[in-house]
Design a protein around this ligand. Structure first.
Ligand code: SAM
Ligand code: SF4
Length: 128
């Protein structure tokens, strides 16, 4: 069986507008906003596993996963399937609203593009 890892956007939106990302540099098109239901993720994983060896799943690609109100459920679905779950976040939402539930992914990346607000604010536009 072939081995694949997957990057799945479970959220369509982001709270930042980085110029190097479609969330920040596509002007005349609004990316579809929405939240993936846990059941759909479960079905995607089931289908993927029937067709290949799934080596890992990132619940992000070009959006901000921490905006999803059911993110802990989604992480749990991946991990309980015996697959390593990866997250990456700008942490802005978490800083403002807190992280109300325990999330226990295999890996959690925090994207940061500078060591001062001036530099960070350029490449992570609207972030701090
Ligand atoms: C497009 S982001 C989506 C996830 C989340 N919103 C974040 O920023 O971490 C996915 C990956 O892109 C990279 N990235 C994040 N911010 C970036 C930026 N301003 N410019 C270029 N790459 C960036 C990081 O490696 C991050 O893990
Ligand atoms: S924080 Fe992540 S998803 Fe949001 S605009 Fe920046 S790179 Fe794109």
């Amino acid at each position: 069986m072939k081995r694949f890892s997957f990057d799945i956007d479970v959220v369509g939106a982001c709270n930042l507008r980085c110029p190097s990302c479609p969330q920040g540099n596509i002007k005349d098109y609004r990316l579809p906003h929405g939240f993936m239901e846990p059941e759909l993720l479960r079905r995607i994983i089931e289908k993927a596993r029937s067709e290949c060896k799934v080596t890992g799943i990132g619940l992000f690609s070009w959006a901000e996963p921490m905006l999803h109100p059911k993110l802990p459920d989604l992480v749990r679905i991946v991990q309980e399937a015996g697959i390593s779950c990866f997250l990456s976040s700008n942490l802005k939402h978490t800083a403002e609203c807190g992280c109300p539930y325990g999330c226990n992914p295999f890996s959690f990346r925090i994207s940061a593009s500078g060591f001062t607000q001036e530099v960070y604010g350029h490449s992570h536009r609207e972030g701090y």
